[in-house]
Design a protein around this ligand. Sequence first.
Ligand SMILES: [Fe+2]
Length: 288
Amino acid sequence: MSAKPDVMGFFDEDTATWSYVVWDDSAVAKPCAIIDSVLDYEPNAGRTSTRSADRIIDFISKNQLSTDWILETHIHADHLTASAYLKEKIGGKTAISRHILKVIETWEPVFNNGEDTPRDGSQFDKLFNDDEEFMVGTMSAKIFHTPGHTPADTTYIIGDALFVGDTIFLPDVGTGRCDFPGGSAADSYESTRKIFSLPDDTRLFVGHDYPAGRAPASMTTVGEQKKSNLRVHQGIGRDEFIAKRQHDDTGKPVPKLLLPSIQVNLRAGNFGKKVNDVHYVKIPVDKI
Ligand SMILES: [Fe+2]
C-alpha cells in the first residue's frame, strides 16, 4: 500500500467546493475514492447539469481508475451531491457517517420526507461508525468524527491525507460556520484539536476555499494549521474561539442552495419519486 496516495482536486467555482479523487497509483487496479462530488444546480430554473461530475468521470476513465467509494464528509447545505449520478455511471459504494441519522431526524419535520428518505440511512450503501477503518483498494483508510459545522461531520484519513470537509479551511480562511441545526462552536474547537493531534506533515485537503486575493487552493498541512489558521491556530483558546465563531455566525445568510441541497443530499443524491414524470424540490415556507 502507498502511504502517500495520489490526490486530484476539482474546484467548482459556483459553490467554491473542492471535490477529490484519491487513489493508490502503485496498485494494479488503481482503486479510488471520490470525496464530496458536486451536481450542478441552477435554482431559478430548477435545472441540474452534470458538468462537474463528468469532469471526475473523465479523469477516472483517462487514468484507468476503478471507483471503490463515493464518500461524503457531511450533508452539505451549499451544493447538491452527484453521488447518485456517479454511482449509476461508474459504480462504487456511497458512504457517510452514521451521525447523519440525527440530521435526518432534524430535517424530517421541515420536509415531511419520510416517504423517500429512510430514517435508518439505508439510502447510503454504508454508514460509518466513529473511528471505523476501511480500505480503498489496498490503502488503509479510517474515519473520525469531527462535529461542529454539523453534528455529522467526518474526516477521512487515507494514507497521509486528511479530507476534512468544512471542519477547517485553509489557514487564511479559518473554519466552517457552526450555526446549522445541531452545529456547535465548542464541538468545532474540539474537532480541530483532534486534527492537530496528528503529525505536522499530514496533508490536509479542505472542502471549500473562499480566497481573498489569491487563486483557489486545496491543500495545507496539520503543522501549518497549528501555526497560522486565523481562527483556530494553537495559540487560540477554546473560549476565544467559541465567542468569535458565535459572533460571526450571528445573522449569517442562509446558503442559496440550502433547501434543495439538504433534501437531495439526505437521499444520497436522489430527487425522490417523480410525479407526472417530473422531479420536484420542496420549498417549506417559514420553517427555517
Ligand atoms: Fe458544509
